[in-house]
Write a protein that binds this ligand. Structure first.
Ligand code: BTN
Length: 261
C-alpha cells in the first residue's frame, strides 16, 4: 500500500459514530477491499461500513474505483428502502441528490449532477470533473427482504498529482479543506432524510431530480452495456427515472456530457 502523505489524518470510529448520529451503526475498517463487498456479506439495514483505505473499490459498469490512502471517503450503507418494486429505479437518483446535499452542505462546493448518479465539479476551464460516484447493489436480507447496499466514494483531500484519472477532481482541488468525518456526517444525515422522503413521496423526488439534473437539456454521448453507442439530446426522464435521449429511454449505460464547441 502506498504511504500516505504527512497530512493524512486517519479516520476514528468514535468520531464517525458521533457524526452519523443514532440512526446508523457504523463499522470502520482501516483497510478493506471493497466496502460494498463487505456490507453485502451480512447485510443488516441501518449499518454503514467505512474503509479508511479501500484497495479494490468497485465502480459502476464493472469498473474499478481507486483512491490513495487517507484522501477519500469510501463507505457503504445498507438500507431497507421500503419501496414498491416500481419505485426502486428512483433510489439511485434520490441517493445522488442526498450525496450532493451532504457534500455541498459540508464543503460549500456546488456540484453538477450527471445522470444517473455522478457528482461533478466544473474546473476553471468549465470542464466537468468527477468528484464522487455511487454504486448501488440490490441484495437479499434476512427473511428474504430486498435491501440496497449504497456504496459512496467521495474524493476529499486528493491533490492534482494523486488523481486516478485526469477527469477526476476532489474537494481540496475545488478549494475546500473540509475533513472526511464532517463530509461523512453530512452525507449520512442527508441519506436518512432522503430515504424518508423517497418512501413518502417518490414522485416528488423524481421531480426534484428532474429539475436539478445537469444532464437534461444537454447533448450527450451514450455508451450502452451491449457496446452500442450514440449521441443525442437528453430531453427528460420517464416515470422510472430512465433518461430520454432522442427516441430512446436509457436505464443503464454510461452517459457523457458533450461540451458545446
Ligand atoms: C462509480 O462512479 O463508478 C461508482 C463508484 C462507487 C465507489 C464506492 S467507494 C465505496 C463503495 N465500495 C465500493 O467498492 N464501491 C463503492
Amino acid at each position: 500500500m502506498p504511504t500516505p502523505d504527512a497530512t493524512w489524518t486517519p479516520l476514528e470510529l468514535d468520531a464517525l459514530v458521533d457524526a452519523a448520529g443514532p440512526s446508523w451503526s457504523v463499522y470502520l475498517h482501516p483497510t478493506a477491499t471493497s466496502t460494498n463487498a463487505l456490507a453485502a456479506e451480512n447485510p443488516v439495514p441501518g449499518t454503514i461500513v467505512v474503509a479508511d483505505h479501500q484497495t479494490a473499490g468497485r465502480g459502476r459498469l464493472t469498473r474499478s474505483w481507486d483512491t490513495p490512502p487517507g484522501t477519500a471517503l469510501t463507505f457503504s450503507a445498507v438500507v431497507d428502502p421500503g419501496l414498491a418494486d416500481h419505485d426502486w429505479p428512483l433510489l439511485p437518483l434520490g441517493v445522488a441528490l442526498a450525496v450532493a446535499d451532504g457534500v455541498t452542505g459540508a464543503s460549500g462546493v456546488r456540484l453538477d449532477l450527471k445522470w444517473p448518479n455522478d457528482l461533478l465539479v466544473p474546473d476553471p476551464d468549465g470542464e466537468q470533473r468527477k468528484l464522487a460516484g455511487i454504486l448501488l447493489e440490490r441484495v437479499t436480507g434476512a427473511e428474504g427482504r430486498p435491501l440496497a447496499v449504497i456504496g459512496i466514494g467521495i474524493n476529499v483531500g486528493l491533490q492534482e498529482a494523486e488523481l486516478p484519472v485526469p477527469t477526476a477532481t476532489s474537494l481540496a482541488i475545488a478549494g475546500s479543506s473540509v475533513d472526511r468525518t464532517e463530509v461523512f456526517g453530512a452525507v449520512a444525515l442527508a441519506l436518512r432524510l432522503m430515504l424518508g422522503s423517497l418512501r413518502r413521496e417518490p414522485l416528488a423526488i423524481l421531480e426534484r431530480y428532474r429539475t436539478e439534473c445537469d444532464t437534461i437539456g444537454r447533448e450527450v454521448s451514450v455508451e450502452l452495456p451491449d457496446g452500442g453507442s450514440f449521441t443525442g439530446t437528453a430531453t427528460g426522464l420517464d416515470r422510472n427515472g430512465r433518461l430520454l435521449v432522442g427516441d430512446q429511454a436509457i436505464s443503464a449505460g454510461d452517459v457523457l456530457h458533450v461540451r458545446p464547441t
